[in-house]
Structure formats: C-alpha cells, structure tokens
Design a protein. Structure first.
Lengths: 103, 370
C-alpha cells in the first residue's frame, strides 16, 4: 500500500504543483483573487468581518491586539460566512480553469 | 490530502475536485488574512474607530427609518402640493409649473421669445401684401420661410427675425393691410411684380389676360399672380386694365376660360414666360433693392430640393382651383415650360421658378422642374 500511495501522492503533488504554477503564471490566481474581493464586498461579507474584528479588538483591548489574535478569531468565521453563491461561482471558475489546463 | 466524497465519479475527478476545493480555500484564506492585516494596521495607526468617536454627532446623523420620510428625515414630496402666487399675474400656480409659467408670463426666456417671434411672423405674413423697398428682404424672408417650409425651417427664419433692425421694421409693417388677404399657406408668396411702363400695349394686354396685374402703390409694379390672386379684388384688376389699356379693354378673362383654351395658351404661354422670365430677373436686381436679391439667393441656398415638389402643391395653393387640377392632370411638361398648363399656372409656376434660378435659361429651368 505504501509505495502505491507514495506514487499517487507524488503524482498528485506534481500535478498540484504544476497547476498552482500555471494558475500563478497565467495570472488566473490574481484574477480570481480580485473577483473574490469584489464579490465579498458586494455581498457585505467584508463589513460583517470588520464588525467582528471590532468586537475582538474591544475584547482584547485596543493597545494589545496582535495580528495573530485577529487571524485566529476571524479566519474560521470568515470561512463560514462566505455566501453560497460566491462559493459556487468561485468553484466553477476554478474547475473551468482546471478543465482547460490540467489535462 | 483529503479525498472528499463528491458527486463526480472516478478517482481522477475526485482528485480534481479536491484540488479545486483546496484552491478555493486558499483564496478565501488569503482574503481573510488580507482583511486582518488591514484592520490591524488601522488599529495600530489609530484610524480604525474614527467614525465611532463622537456620540453626539453619531446620534445627529443616524439613519432615519420612518415612513413618509427619507433617510435624512426630510419629507420628499413636500413641495408637490404647494402653490405659489405669481408676482406678475397674481395667480396661484403649482410649484412644479411655476418656472415655465413665469417664463411665459414675464415674456423672458428662450421659449417665450421664440413663440412671440413666430406669432409676429405669421401676423406680418398675413397682413402684408406689398413690400417696402428697404424692408423687402425682411418681408421676403418672412414670406418664403412661411410659405414653403415646415416648422423646423420656419424657426430658423424666426431666429433671423430677432435682430433689432428686423424686429423694428416688422413692427412698422403691421399697419399695412391688403384687401382680401387670405390665410391660405401659399407656397411661394413672391410679390415682386412687373413695371408696366416698360411694356408695350400688346404685351400689357397679354400680360393682363393671364395675370392679376394690379399695380402696387409702393413699388409701382404689377402683381404677377394669377387672375384669382387673393390679395387683389376683381375691381382692382378692372381698374388697372382700364388704366393701362383704356376703357375698351375691360375683358377680364375668366379663370375657367383660360383653362379650356389650352391651344391658344400654348404659344402665348411660352412667349409670355420667356418674356416674363427675362423681364423679371433684370428688374429684380436694379429696381428692387439689394435686399430682395439677397432674399432670392436666400431662397436659392435654402431649398434646392423643394423645386421638384413645388409644382403640384403650388398650383393648388396658387388660388386657382380648376387651373391647378388641370395642370396636374396633364402634367407640366418641360421645354417651353408647361405647354399644356393654363396660362395662369404658367405665370404662377414661372413666378415660382424665377427666384430660384435667376441665371439659368428657361428650358433648362423647366427641365429641372420635371
């Protein structure tokens, strides 16, 4: 089992690396990032997260809040609060890119 | 690496889906992190809580959420029902109609001056029969624009009328009224006539059988319109004939008779037309003022297209009922110019041709017509 898994893993990782590379090189990653930013702002996700940030800051105190604090508190909530429509659209775009360039 | 349970079948697809989801998670985390950095930087720089510092101003500018009011608390149709009293006419006008009402009431503003000018123009057009020497071009502009054009071009002429010189002269003309001025929209209301002194008795007679011939007091010219010209009465025509040809020549040929006698009218018509053509154009320049010439050029430049359509409507509008229909039926032929047309129409159609192309010879002129 192990050698086979290794082989699968290695091909997987190579494939992943290749795809990631392609994503970045062709500018698709940046485009996707921009797209996501726009969509999240539109749907009010950013404002929600900022409001949450305020609460965290008020909890922790204005002077002593660190980046780590914020990240730890906010990332799970951020991930959960992304609306379904935005998630679906993004997944679709990624799939389309992969379909074009993976094989 | 997780192998998620996905709807797609086959190991490759699941792998791909996993990859897709991984990429997605990466992107979302990037967005979150970016936001965190931004917030942290704002906090450390002290600009994160700027809009929450002052409780008083916050309460002052809070969003209002009551019915009938906008988010600022203002009633949005407050001025709809209000009425204002016009300082000029002392009437109560609705607020939204107040500005246009003032414009008309006080007589200022673009629209009101335009309307007033147009009204002046139509009044002058109807009341004016002959033209003064100096005011000729103003009047002729008036006539031409009113007669032959649609409103769009009429407005253009109205614009010309707003210069102080013209408006003054237009006002002066209001006093002169012609007898029997009708409201018919004449296509070509050209009123330059013929000087009777230069014509011999034979020519005079032939002229008088086809044209109105009434001599204008101001210009001493004979009216070149048809026998049924509405600006002059039959009595006037009789008087002119008596004056010019002596009391024996009291035959004022009937309009109908002219139509039927096509045969005799052919030659006369041609000769007449040629003479009229040449007589009129030289007379235009020296005797009439330079302004009338400019008015003909004015017409020239303005409506070269209208020529073709002119004959049919003009014959109708020239005031000759039966003649007009006769001309249309047979169709104005080219060459000598309307050989089958009745004399009245020949004169009238000639009149129409003249201002447009004073320099072109007759045959070509009528070829153009057809």
């Amino acid at each position: 089992m192990f050698p086979r898994r290794c082989r699968i893993m290695s091909t997987d990782s190579t494939m992943r690396a290749t795809i990631n590379q392609k994503l970045t090189e062709m500018g698709e990653r940046d485009r996707l990032k921009a797209f996501l930013g726009v969509k999240l702002t539109e749907c009010g996700w950013k404002d929600q997260i900022k409001a949450h940030c305020k609460e965290v800051i008020k909890d922790k105190g204005l002077e002593h809040v660190t980046v780590e604090d914020l990240v730890v508190e906010i990332t799970p909530k951020g991930r959960a609060l992304v609306p379904d429509s935005v998630k679906k659209e993004l997944l679709q775009r990624i799939r389309a890119f992969l379909a074009q360039h993976a094989t | 690496m997780k192998m998620d349970d996905l709807s797609l079948s086959g190991p490759d697809n699941t792998k791909l889906e996993a990859l897709v989801h991984d990429i997605y998670s990466e992107l979302v985390e990037d967005a979150c992190l970016g936001l965190c950095f931004e917030v942290h930087r704002a906090v450390k720089q002290g600009c994160f809580f700027l809009d929450e510092m002052d409780q008083e101003s916050m309460k002052e500018f809070e969003i209002v959420d009551k019915p009938g009011v906008d988010i600022f608390g203002q009633v949005y149709n407050q001025w709809k029902n209000k009425e204002c009293e016009c300082p000029n006419c002392k009437r109560l006008i609705a607020a939204s109609r107040f500005a246009p009402h003032l414009e008309k009431c006080l007589g200022m503003g673009r629209n009101s001056s335009r309307i007033a000018n147009r009204r002046l123009a139509t009044n002058n057009n109807m009341s004016k029969s002959e033209s003064d020497q100096e005011d000729n071009d103003d009047l002729n502009d008036n006539d031409w624009s009113y007669g032959a054009e649609k409103k769009a071009k009429k407005r253009k002429s109205d614009k010309n009328q707003t210069s102080p010189r013209r408006s003054k002269s237009l006002k002066h003309k209001n006093g002169e009224l012609s007898s029997g001025a009708s409201a018919e929209p004449y296509k070509y209301n050209y009123s330059v006539g013929i000087n009777y002194e230069t014509l011999g008795p034979e020519e005079l007679r032939s002229l008088l059988t086809t044209q109105c011939g009434v001599i204008s007091e101001h210009t001493k010219k004979m009216c070149t319109r048809s026998q049924r010209c509405p600006q002059h009465t039959d009595e006037q025509r009789k008087a002119v004939r008596v004056f010019l040809l002596g009391p024996s020549a009291l035959s004022l040929p009937n309009a109908d008779a002219a139509v039927e006698s096509d045969g005799y009218s052919v030659l006369d018509g041609q000769g007449l037309m040629s003479r009229l053509q040449w007589e009129d154009s030289p007379e235009n320049s020296p005797t009439d003022s330079a302004s009338s010439k400019s008015s003909t050029n004015h017409l020239d430049s303005r409506k070269p297209k209208k020529k073709k359509s002119a004959p049919a409507p003009f014959s109708g509008g020239g005031g000759d009922g039966p003649q007009g229909s006769g001309c249309q039926g047979s169709g104005c032929q080219g060459g000598g110019g309307g050989s089958s047309c009745s004399q009245g129409n020949i004169g009238s159609s000639n009149k129409k041709k003249r201002p447009k192309l004073p320099t072109v010879s007759i045959p070509t002129l009528y070829n153009d017509l057809n």
